[in-house]
Design a protein around this ligand. Structure first.
Ligand code: SAM
Length: 472
């Protein structure tokens, strides 16, 4: 499989096809018969093509839009239940040689404080994250082969996995670093990473080149083909995303789905996740300088249409979004959120004033992890710190088949409850613990297989007595 020759970027993200799709979607935005047919197909829960999904995204018949939202919510429940996975970003270094015009890490920025964590500082960050209750991180770094070479990233991953502190341990490290070589992806795989995440920023080649005027990231094809190299290097969980606001959202949405179709057809497995970040204010970046910002309603519609189009792909939403916006999007299909995030280098272990100087962008949801856990449970969700799939080797198509067979209720659901129990025992405040214990009592009854239910109950008791890290 790793010897597959994959098509070039311009073949799988075909500009003409995107334009044609957008014209088709516009022409059919109130074609009720066609829209009904697409919704019926979506109900089969096998996904939609980019053309079909683009019609739903453009649909402006209110009644049909309500059906789309309801279906997105139902599909989310069917495949992901009511679990929401929690994670935090960990910024290792903001040294960067690129010129991305929307990112304050750009090389010409002389007033941002440049910082690269030492292994000792990483340890402090990880302990601060463990003390909150985090088990899953996404490491972030600017692109700078001299300051942040792959060896530095690999060493940092090792450091993160090694630190055991009280009951804490980071059990899954996802990686969001610049596009790199097959060889480097192989090294990342060997280092035991979870998902490799890389945002396309924009699929529009001409805009891409203007938005990335200098540095290695300028190369559109190299960036766009990165996931194919990652797959070649053996990483079968990859995370896509665009930075909404840079280009027309309809173009990006279509590009994202074409990219997902390409991965599925060449590698037999679609993206593990899709992220939906929006451009935010940052050091010398004004989001209003970009003409294509989207409002909260459009954001919600995009999330719902992604949910319907790729039912087996997780959707990630960060603290760039406000609590209100997050609440709405959770219903419509988001399955993973970050919590208590710092976008500065060293921000978890350092006082606020210090960390402001090196941060990547403003966050809108500033709540603590405990407040987020509490909020999720009050909304009827199970906050999950589960990392079992990847540790049990259920990655790529093995995860997808678990999801497709809807067996996750016998697997992810108990894992979510057991990791929530650990959180309640080790980190929660009294109120959160009370709500959580009641939720677990209720939710354990929703495990369909009796054998699994009994095992989960046993493990929950063992967690209460001090044992940790059970997983199915
Ligand atoms: N250097 C890596 C790369 O080039 O992909 C990692 C990138 S960075 C640490 C993670 C992401 O932050 C970027 O891919 C970009 O989409 C996002 N980002 C950059 N500037 C932003 C801003 N002003 N507002 C919101 N997100 C931003």
């Amino acid at each position: 499989m790793y010897n597959v020759t994959s098509p070039k970027a311009e073949e799988f993200i075909n500009h003409e096809e995107i334009l044609d799709t957008l014209a088709y979607a516009q022409a059919n935005k109130d074609n009720i018969e066609l829209i009904d047919g697409i919704i019926e197909k979506a109900k089969l829960r096998k996904g939609l093509t980019h053309r079909e999904a683009a019609v739903l995204l453009d649909c402006d018949i209110e009644e049909k839009n309500q059906e789309i939202y309801q279906l997105a919510e139902q599909i989310k429940k069917d495949f992901y239940g009511n679990r929401i996975v929690l994670f935090a970003p960990l910024y290792l270094s903001n040294y960067c040689i690129n010129g991305c015009v929307y990112c304050p890490y750009h090389k010409k920025n002389t007033h941002i404080v440049r910082k690269k964590l030492t292994q000792e500082e990483i340890k402090k960050e990880v302990i601060a994250l463990q003390d909150m209750g985090h088990k899953r991180l996404a490491i972030e770094a600017g692109e700078d082969p001299q300051n942040n070479p792959i060896e530095y990233i690999l060493e940092s991953i090792k450091t993160i996995y090694r630190i055991k502190h009280k009951n804490g341990a980071i059990r899954r490290v996802n990686v969001n670093i610049a596009a790199t070589t097959v060889e480097n992806y192989r090294k990342l795989k060997e280092a035991g990473i979870g998902t490799y995440i890389l945002f396309q920023e924009t699929y529009h080649k001409e805009s891409y080149e203007k938005l990335h005027p200098t540095g290695p990231k300028h190369n559109y094809a190299y960036h766009t083909e990165a996931m194919d190299r990652a797959m070649k290097g053996g990483i079968d969980d990859v995370g896509l995303g665009v930075l909404f606001g840079l280009e027309l959202y309809r173009y990006e949405f279509t590009g994202l789905l074409m990219h997902a179709e390409h991965l599925e057809s060449v590698w037999g497995v679609g993206p593990h996740t899709i992220s939906v970040p929006r451009v935010k204010h940052a050091d010398d970046i004004d989001p209003n300088a970009f003409d294509n910002g989207i409002d909260d309603d459009t954001f919600a519609k995009i999330v719902a249409c992604i949910r319907i189009a790729v039912p087996y792909t997780g959707i990630i939403m960060s603290t760039r979004e406000s609590a209100e916006c997050r609440q709405r999007a959770l219903h419509l299909g988001v399955s993973q959120i970050s919590g208590a995030s710092k976008t500065s280098v060293g921000g978890y272990a350092k006082p606020e004033a210090e960390d402001k100087k090196s941060e990547q962008f403003d966050v809108s949801d500033n709540r603590t992890l405990d407040e987020i856990v509490n909020w999720l449970m009050r909304l009827g969700y199970i906050p999950s710190f589960c990392t079992a799939c990847y540790r049990e080797g259920r990655t790529g198509d093995r995860f997808m088949s678990l999801c497709k067979s809807r067996q996750i209720q016998n697997c992810c659901h108990p894992n979510a409850l057991m990791t929530l129990k650990e959180y309640l025992m080790d980190y929660a405040c009294e109120d959160t613990r009370k709500i959580g214990e009641q939720l677990i009592l209720k939710e354990v009854q929703n495990i369909p297989k009796e054998k699994v239910r009994n095992l989960t109950l046993e493990n929950l008791k063992a967690i209460e007595k001090g044992q940790r890290d059970f997983r199915l």
